[in-house]
Design a binder for this molecule. Structure first.
Ligand SMILES: Nc1ncnc2c1ncn2[C@@H]1O[C@H](COP(=O)(O)OP(=O)(O)OP(=O)(O)O)[C@@H](O)[C@H]1O
Length: 241
């Protein structure tokens, strides 16, 4: 398998606090990887380092073999990495379609092209039927999927999803899992931060576990939930897969 993204000895400090500590992992093309760990473990900081919103204190990030750490986020986006944010804030005075078009303007100036790509993105997350709705008419799962569609409109090879299933009911989350599986089957590589282990186990083929900024385990979902360090620091002794 080819590594699409390679994170090498990545560290980031904020003053005296080491938020990410010498972290290494690779993302294989077309796979879904979950980044998990307790609150404050460094997951979002890792996302920000990969997406170019933060520069590392030390270490490197390679995307398709090119070093991208310290590259501005808009360039990283044009290279093929898109991200969503934990808090979804669609633009309220624009339709669902117009919101999804925003991502496409990262690579085209043509309104027609942007519209066509936005429809395709909305279709792949199951929102095409609501293209003309106002965003304040959307439910939380739909708002989350719109955020994902916006990211897909940038034509990413790698999609970074920050807690895209937080706050969803199990049936709603199951729908999102299906969407992500279909996207990965189509060749998209996905890195997601997720707290619900049941979802991680269902959706991810690889799991990276952070604790106090450092990687403490990596492997298949079954491997990490059986790892004593992961049980001690995150899942708790009572956890049963
Ligand atoms: N801009 C910043 N300035 C100072 N400290 C920061 C900054 N961003 C993150 N931190 C700190 O770095 C550590 C890691 O934070 P981060 O948000 O990456 O963790 P996380 O694993 O995403 O947590 P959560 O699950 O709660 O979202 C925390 O202690 C946090 O307070």
């Amino acid at each position: 398998m080819t590594a699409l993204l390679e994170v090498k000895n990545l560290s980031r400090s904020f003053g005296g606090l080491v938020a990410v500590k010498d972290v290494n992992f690779t993302l294989e093309a077309g796979r879904i990887t979950a980044l998990i760990g307790p609150n404050g473990a460094g997951k979002t900081t890792c996302f920000n380092l990969v997406a170019g919103s933060l520069s590392p204190t030390s270490g490197q990030v390679f995307f398709e073999g090119r070093q991208i750490d310290s590259t501005p986020p808009e360039i990283v986006c044009r290279m093929g990495i898109a991200r969503t944010f934990q808090i979804v804030r669609p633009m309220r005075d624009m339709s669902v379609l117009e919101n999804a078009m925003v991502g496409a303007f990262s690579w085209t100036k043509s309104v027609m092209e942007a519209k066509s790509k936005a429809y395709e993105s909305l279709e792949s997350v199951g929102l095409a039927g609501k293209a003309n709705a106002r965003t304040d008419q959307l439910t939380l799962p739909d708002r989350k999927m719109l955020e994902t569609a916006k990211a897909l409109s940038t034509r990413p090879k790698l999609l970074l999803l920050d807690e895209v299933m937080a706050g969803l009911r199990p049936t709603e989350a199951a729908g999102v899992v299906r969407v992500l599986q279909t996207l990965a089957e189509g060749g998209l590589t996905i890195l997601l931060v997720e707290h619900v282990m049941r979802i991680v186990m269902e959706v991810a083929s690889n799991v990276v576990v952070l604790h106090h900024g450092a990687k403490i385990a990596e492997g298949s979902p079954a491997e990490v939930v059986a790892d004593q360090k992961v049980l001690d620091s995150y899942l708790g002794a009572g956890f049963h897969a």
